[in-house]
Design a protein around this ligand. Structure first.
Ligand SMILES: *[C@@H]1O[C@H](CO)[C@@H](O)[C@H](O)[C@H]1NC(C)=O
Ligand SMILES: *[C@@H]1O[C@H](CO)[C@@H](O)[C@H](O)[C@H]1NC(C)=O
Ligand SMILES: *[C@@H]1O[C@H](CO)[C@@H](O)[C@H](O)[C@H]1NC(C)=O
Ligand SMILES: *[C@@H]1O[C@H](CO)[C@@H](O)[C@H](O)[C@H]1NC(C)=O
Ligand SMILES: *[C@@H]1O[C@H](CO)[C@@H](O)[C@H](O)[C@H]1NC(C)=O
Ligand SMILES: *[C@@H]1O[C@H](CO)[C@@H](O)[C@H](O)[C@H]1NC(C)=O
Length: 414
């Protein structure tokens, strides 16, 4: 085959311009390279990180250490640091029981960091939460999961982290109040601060958080009333405040949270305000959990707009009056319904037989009466748990119940 000179010439040019030329290749900023080594050494002192990864970390780094690759840069930067073994598909550098952050200021050595992730790293030796506002201004995701030895509090300067989209600190010993600056994070989409030791009020000014989809403050020691500004979180999908000491009524502004799919306010000290009527505006709800608050009042007729609900917890609310038959008519998707430990009276509506997906129904410890309206056919399909004990006036058809209780452990009335 003959190669035409013109073609050969172009071919040569092509080769010359695309071959990587050793010394013009961009490399990781040397301060960042050294800082990554030091971080790895404090998280896992058992490994020889410098000899395991002797080259430029942007050409060969442990899983979880990620560089950016801009087309025309001479120097590369670290944009992600993920520590703590998650799975074989996500084998980040492991943290040992002796993991520490020997130098917390190391985290400010990465000006272009977008994501910082620590999973199960600080489990034994107490480690102070670094001032997260000193992690570069480009940070978008700040994720600490299950680090029980991590203590300290959130920096007042958190409001400076303007790019922050996800703030996840869960399963730590971090305490103190949520700084007001959190309300300044206009790009925030998720704030999951569950299972820590946070206390104080929910921060006052929340209405700038227009992009917030998830607010999870569950399992902390928060107290005080909910701020009126909570209604400004107009894109919220999940609001979980369960297992805290929040008190007072529910701000009327909450009726603006019409996109909510999960509302969990259970195990707090909300009180004397009844089950709020505005819930009927939350037509996207799948989970509604209010159990363990002294709300009082009757179960309102709000169910026609809540047909998508799959789980309802209305246990231990001090509810009086009868169970509305509309619950049976409209809650065709419900699989869990807890009405136990209230002061409900009257009969169980016969419409409850229409709850075709129900698998757990707890009516125990009320003052219900009459005949439990479930046929053998309904109970035959009932895969889960049915609790009716401690309703002195509630009668159960022995014939219907016997076969069911033998196999499923139904607890009898009386
Ligand atoms: C942790 O450190 C202590 C003392 O510094 C040492 O005796 C122990 O072996 C270390 N444990 C592990 C799992 O490395
Ligand atoms: C949690 O942190 C506090 C200090 O804020 C400390 O006194 C306590 O021992 C820590 N608890 C655990 C389980 O580490
Ligand atoms: C809340 O916002 C108001 C006005 O928007 C401001 O005057 C007040 O200082 C803010 N409070 C906090 C704690 O940031
Ligand atoms: C289940 O929920 C969907 C979505 O809200 C609704 O369209 C449907 O009618 C519900 N099914 C029943 C049986 O109620
Ligand atoms: C149902 O009621 C019983 C008796 O009050 C209680 O012990 C149990 O925890 C309840 N179950 C659920 C899932 O609420
Ligand atoms: C239970 O309901 C009956 C009426 O059905 C009423 O007479 C009785 O006082 C109620 N008991 C309690 C403890 O509320």
């Amino acid at each position: 085959m003959v190669i035409f000179p013109a073609f050969a010439f172009h071919f040569l040019i092509f080769i010359l311009t695309t071959l990587p030329l050793g010394n013009s290749q961009p490399t990781l900023n040397s301060v960042e390279q050294e800082s990554v080594y030091q971080l790895l050494e404090s998280l896992n002192p058992d490994l020889q990180w410098r000899s395991l990864f002797p080259d430029d970390l942007c050409s060969s780094a442990p899983h979880g250490v990620v560089c950016d690759y801009p087309t025309d840069a001479k120097t590369l930067h670290i944009i992600e640091l993920n520590f703590g073994y998650v799975s074989d598909y996500n084998p980040n550098p492991t943290c040992t029981p002796n993991s520490t952050l020997l130098d917390p200021t190391l985290l400010s050595s990465f000006p272009h960091l977008r994501k910082l992730f620590f999973y199960n790293c600080f489990t034994h030796q107490p480690v102070s939460l670094p001032d997260i506002s000193r992690v570069g201004s480009e940070i978008e995701e700040f994720v600490f999961i299950d680090n029980p030895a991590l203590f300290g509090s959130l920096s007042d300067n958190i409001g400076n982290m303007k790019s922050l989209r996800r703030l996840i600190i869960t399963g730590t010993n971090v305490s103190g109040e949520i700084p007001a600056g959190l309300g300044e994070l206009a790009n925030l989409e998720e704030a999951t601060l569950s299972r820590n030791s946070f206390s104080g009020d929910m921060t006052e000014n929340l209405s700038k958080l227009k992009k917030l989809k998830v607010l999870d403050l569950s399992y902390n020691k928060f107290t005080g009333d909910l701020p009126e500004s909570i209604g400004g979180l107009e894109n919220l999908l999940k609001l979980d405040l369960s297992c805290n000491g929040f008190s007072g009524g529910f701000p009327e502004s909450m009726e603006g949270l019409t996109g909510l799919e999960l509302l969990d306010l259970s195990e707090n000290r909300f009180g004397n305000c009844g089950v709020p009527l505005f819930l009927s505006k939350m037509s996207k709800l799948k989970g509604l959990f209010l159990s363990g608050n002294e709300l009082g009042g009757v179960i309102p007729d709000i169910w026609e707009n809540l047909r998508g609900v799959e789980g309802i917890g209305l246990s231990r609310l001090g509810l009086v009056g009868e169970i509305p038959s509309s619950m049976g008519v409209f809650l065709g998707n419900v699989s869990y319904l807890g009405l136990d430990n209230n002061k409900l009276t009257g009969e169980v509506p016969k419409e409850f037989e229409k709850l075709g997906l129900l698998s757990e129904l707890n009516l125990s410890n009320n003052n219900l009466s009459g005949m439990l309206p479930f046929s053998a056919g309904f109970l035959g399909k009932f895969g889960g748990k049915l609790r009716v004990e401690r309703n002195p006036g509630l009668c159960v058809d022995e014939g219907v119940i016997k076969s069911f209780s033998r196999t499923r452990g139904l607890v009898q009335a009386k």
